[in-house]
Unconditional design. Sequence first.
Length: 307
Amino acid sequence: MADLKVKLGPLSLKNPVMTASGTFGYGSEYEDFYPIKKLGAVVVKGIAPWPSNGNPAPRIAEVTAGILNAIGLQGPGVEAFLKDKHYLPHLKETGATVIVNIWGRTPDDYALVAERLEEEKKAIAAIEINVSCPNVKEGGLAFGTDPKTLASVVSRVRKATTIPLITKLSPNVPSIVPLAKAAQDAGSDILSLINTIPAMAIDVETRRPKLANVTGGLSGPAVKPVAIKLVYETAKAVSIPVIGMGGIMNGRDAVEFLLAGASAVAVGTATFADPRAPLKVIDEINDYLDSHDIKSVRDIIGQVRIG
């Protein structure tokens, strides 16, 4: 059995496998399958200052080598998340390491959520900032596509909380390095990537889009090569740890991300096919390490051989 413990700046995890926000609900939905405290961390669905019903159905469509989703950031809002027994109060009982994904329409929205989460900082290991939301003050520009706008969000959240910060980066930019550096310089402790890629599917019989929202975010195996490239580029460019995600279906996929420079990984779409997928990924990373006589998962982080 290899040593699977990892340290991401101020964040220590028992193993490098967490769930991807939006794919694992709030943790309790998966407890019939295994104790969620076995995971490195549980990353919950996005929390905003207000409750959100999300987009109309259909909101998910299966496509070649992946899934399109246009859920629309459905969630209970921060007050219900903190107080309702189905959310944070229940997660505290499970003993799981909890990371809370947050979103908003302005930097102040993000800060408001962070300030409220600060009151439960003993129960929250980290906050993940979703910067792929529309910035209504900037005419719909996504926070995550402009370094200055991204920095304004991260710095505002940094001032609002002492909880470790993860900034989740969008792949939908000409170069991810300026965004990664901007988040680091603004006070992010960790980076996570990638978020979904905009895409579309059409039903040829009805001639209508398969999603009510017309377009959605593509996730699953189809995006993995893109994610590997961006994780590799980001890890080389910054001095803070990186969490890699995008199409991880098994342990060997996870090892690719670790070799590319990720210090931890997040499993998302795979849980729709197999709810136990994150647990299997942990076991399969260990199997890989054992089969190569590697004593610690930390020994393969960033060890891709170039040239």
